[in-house]
Design a protein around this ligand. Structure first.
Ligand code: GRF
Length: 202
């Protein structure tokens, strides 16, 4: 049986789209539900276009709403793909070790409250760092603190803007997140994915 994956989104959903393109029918994991904290999130349209059930979390702090939606979908794994709110503590407690998030920086650097989207890349450029990258990590009660399962680095190039750096990092995110999901489907739970193995041919 494929691993049943629920994905939470807040924005356009390009990571969700990349995941769906990787998880073609017959693969070891399947997206069975997409949750959004904003009804207008583009990621919900990405899901609907593929006939995947969606749920809008009108109150994203309501743990019962999460647990009800995840339970009805019989989900095994929860993936945060551009989801910008904290997952309620009661959901983290019930789902500990089975929630992963993708972050557009090399955690633990450039993570934490308020560090999302353009702000991350602005902070990297301001710091003078010569490299950045993407991280996929386990989710706990604190933003971006959980164990890092996979990371891939990219160079920061002369003349980079937050937009050009974000685009280079996003291309890595689109490979790294599916790799972690496929490895989780193989192992039955999220596991570390070695850097040299960004997207194994399973
Ligand atoms: C990604 O860069 C992700 O790392 C961050 O938010 C962005 C969302 O992108 N958390 P998308 O909605 O998946 O296109």
């Amino acid at each position: 049986m494929p691993m049943r994956v629920a994905v939470a989104v807040s924005g356009r959903g390009s990571n969700l789209d990349a995941l769906l393109r990787t998880l073609a029918p017959g693969r070891t994991a399947e997206v069975v539900l997409v949750l959004g904290n904003r009804a207008e999130a583009g990621g919900l349209d990405v899901a609907r276009a593929r006939g995947i059930p969606t749920v809008v979390l009108h109150d994203p702090t309501d743990a019962a709403a999460w647990l009800d939606a995840l339970g009805r979908a019989r989900a095994d794994l929860l993936v945060l793909a551009g989801y910008l709110k904290l997952v309620p503590p009661a959901v983290v407690a019930r789902w500990r070790g089975r929630i992963v998030n993708v972050h557009p920086a090399l955690l633990p650097a450039f993570g934490g409250p308020g560090m999302y989207g353009r702000r991350v890349h602005e902070a990297v450029l301001r710091s003078g760092a010569t490299e950045s990258g993407a991280s996929v990590h386990l989710v706990d009660e604190v933003y971006d603190r959980g164990q890092v399962l996979a990371q891939e680095r990219v160079p920061v190039l002369p003349g980079d803007t937050p937009e050009t750096l974000a685009a280079r990092v996003l291309a890595v995110e689109h490979r790294l997140l599916p790799a972690v999901v496929l490895a989780a489907a193989e192992a039955g739970r999220p596991v570390p994915v070695p850097a040299s193995d960004p997207c194994p041919a399973r």
